[in-house]
Design a protein around this ligand. Structure first.
Ligand code: ATP
Ligand code: MG
Length: 592
């Protein structure tokens, strides 16, 4: 029962531990997911501000250049003799990033420029059909920036056109500043994006800059993206519209695997130009940054799990040991109780036995003592009070003597049984002929048998049988057994004695065809005072000591006695005695 309980306790502790572990793991995974989500958000914000910084950098860089030219364009009251050459030089030197700064006179001819080696002097715009921007600035009176174009040196560059007026709105020509895109990006995109890339497109989706793929610069971005997924196309669309934002898309990496990317894009709006800068980072890179947090969280979860397991097993151990001690204690107490119970049962059995003995003894004594006493008393009184014939007197005296004999026999029996029980019965061994003993015994019971009409047959072995034993006691054994056989056999029955030689022993059986003994009583008849049917037996007389004394005599000389019987049909008592009575056999007397 306790082993079962321990098992249940262990299972409960195990379930609680598992619940703890799973909730910690669940919470850990939830927390991880939340942390990752937040981290990606934060990272995207950071990337957006990086794009904003780049955008601001580009605008500032370009504004600075244009402002210088615009200031110069409204200053003069007349065109200087050197056609601004000197001023161009100082601007060029001060502000890095110009490819060339030129002055075109009102006829559309390039008349000066710095540095000179980059200036196509005397180049006429009209002659070369490149007068459109020139016309625009003349018409609008405002700075105009061309879309990025390829220079003579095959570089992508923007052309900044600033109209030059002198006096009262007198159009005198224009400044052209050529700024190469890679110069712009070189100066403005200084932040690094180790795992991803930064690119710049204009509102026609033309790629102006790509930190990863310089070969593609100048191409249309819609044409070059390798995995035109919807979100990617939408993002480029929004970039060309000058919007800012962030999002995700997938793209194939150089190994051909699709990769999730996070993009932040920001417009670069400057004069009539509108570009967009995009900062792209692969998701795995962002996740790898979260990895260290995961590792720490995993470590924490593992420590927690280990701790819980430790506590769980500790509790389970305590419960086990509690149960074990309890179990042991209960077991020892149970066995103690069982022992004392057994002891009490034995004691009870003995007490019952004693009680029965006492009852048997009392009923026997009351009968066996009282009956002869009454007879004697009655006879004595009769003789005292009545003048009776000498014959009657003789008869009365005989009756008194018989009853005295009966009583002294009873006292002898009681003394014998007491000797047997205390191991004090004495045997006086002598060599006797078994035939002699049987004959003597038969003489004793002859009258009783005759009175009841019982015929006694005897069977002996051919050779005469001699045995060394206590003669008187062996006679007593035969007499007692024969008396019983006669007593418990109705009139005109048969009793048969047979004596056999079995080598070391002699064996004798006394068989009758009397009332028999019920099977359940057969063991008890050898107990002192025990009589099978006390009322029936009382009539026949007797103390219930006969068989107990016989058994004492037989056992006391190293023999044994047993009974076979069929209820209502008769009994056979058989005993064996060793021919040679040995000293050590004396002690084997059963205690009753
Ligand atoms: P006692 O022998 O002392 O005069 P008893 O004959 O009653 O008295 P036991 O000889 O010890 O006592 O016998 C015990 C009982 O066994 C008898 O009372 C009787 O009930 C039963 N018994 C003994 N011998 C026989 C027998 N041959 N046939 C049937 N019952 C017997
Ligand atoms: Mg008897």
């Amino acid at each position: 029962m306790f082993a079962k309980k321990s098992r249940w306790n262990a299972i409960i502790v195990l379930i609680i531990t598992m619940l703890f572990i799973s909730s910690i793991l669940f919470l850990g995974i939830r927390a991880n997911a939340e942390v990752e989500e937040q981290f990606i958000d934060q990272f995207t914000q950071g990337q957006t501000s990086q794009a904003q910084q780049i955008s601001n950098g580009i605008t500032t860089f370009l504004n600075e250049k244009v402002t210088m030219l615009e200031v110069l364009s409204i200053q003069p009251h007349q065109i200087p003799d050197d056609n601004f050459s000197k001023t161009f030089e100082s601007i060029y030197e001060k502000s890095k990033g110009f490819y060339v700064i030129e002055y075109v006179d009102k006829n559309g001819t390039i008349v000066s420029g710095y540095p000179e080696e980059n200036t196509p002097l005397e180049y006429n715009l009209y002659e070369n059909e490149r007068s459109i921007p020139f016309e625009i600035v003349r018409e609008t009176g405002e700075t105009y920036i061309t879309d990025p174009l390829t220079t003579f040196e095959k570089e992508l560059a923007i052309y900044v056109w600033v109209p030059v007026y002198v006096g009262e709105d007198e159009f005198e020509g224009a400044f052209i500043a050529v700024i190469e895109i890679d110069k712009i990006t070189e100066e403005t995109i200084k932040t690094e994006n180790p795992a991803g890339y930064i690119y710049l497109i204009n509102d026609n989706a033309r790629l102006l800059y790509d930190s990863a793929e310089t070969d593609l610069i100048g191409k249309n971005y819609f044409d070059i993206i390798n995995e035109p997924d919807v979100s990617r196309l939408e993002i480029i669309g929004m970039q060309t519209e000058g919007l800012s934002g962030s999002g995700t898309f997938s793209e194939r990496n150089e190994n051909g695997f699709l990769e999730q990317k996070i993009i932040s894009y920001e417009p670069v709006i400057w004069k009539n130009q509108q570009w967009s800068v995009g900062v792209v980072t692969p998701l795995w890179y962002v996740e790898s940054l979260v990895q260290s947090i995961y590792v720490k969280q995993g470590l924490f979860a593992m420590i927690s799990v280990a701790f819980i397991l430790f506590i769980g097993s500790f509790i389970a151990l305590i419960l086990f040991s509690w149960n074990k001690t309890l179990e042991d204690e209960v077991q020892s107490k149970t066995s103690e109780l069982e022992k004392s119970n057994e002891y009490l049962q034995n004691a009870n059995r003995k007490l019952k036995e004693l009680d029965r003995l006492k009852n048997d003894f009392v009923s026997m004594v009351s009968h066996e003592l009282k009956t002869p006493l009454t007879a004697m008393k009655t006879s004595s009184e009769f003789m005292k009070e009545t003048e009776c014939d000498p014959e009657v007197k003789e008869e009365m005296l005989d009756l008194i003597i018989r009853n005295i004999d009966r009583q002294s026999r009873m006292v002898d029996d009681l003394l014998d049984i007491s000797r047997i029980e205390s191991g004090r019965m004495k045997f006086n061994p002598e060599d006797v002929n078994i035939r002699e003993i049987v004959e003597t015994s038969l003489q004793t019971v002859e009258k009783q048998a005759k009175d009841k009409g019982i015929n006694i047959k005897v069977g002996y072995p051919q050779e005469s049988l001699t045995i060394r034993t206590d003669k008187d006691k062996l006679i007593r054994v035969f007499v007692n057994l024969l008396t019983n056989a006669i007593k418990f056999t109705p009139h005109e029955g048969d009793v048969e004695i047979s004596v056999t030689d079995t080598g070391d022993n002699i064996q004798a059986s006394i068989k009758d065809n009397g009332i028999g003994i019920p099977p359940e009583k057969r063991d008890k008849i050898f107990d002192k005072f025990y009589q099978v049917d006390s009322t029936a037996t009382r009539k026949a007389g007797g103390t219930g000591l006969g068989l107990a004394i016989i058994k004492g005599i037989i056992d006391g000389q190293g023999g044994n006695i047993f009974v076979e019987s069929e209820n209502g049909k008769g009994s056979t008592f058989t005993f064996r005695l060793p021919k040679e009575l040995k000293e050590e056999d004396f002690t084997e007397i059963e205690q009753h």
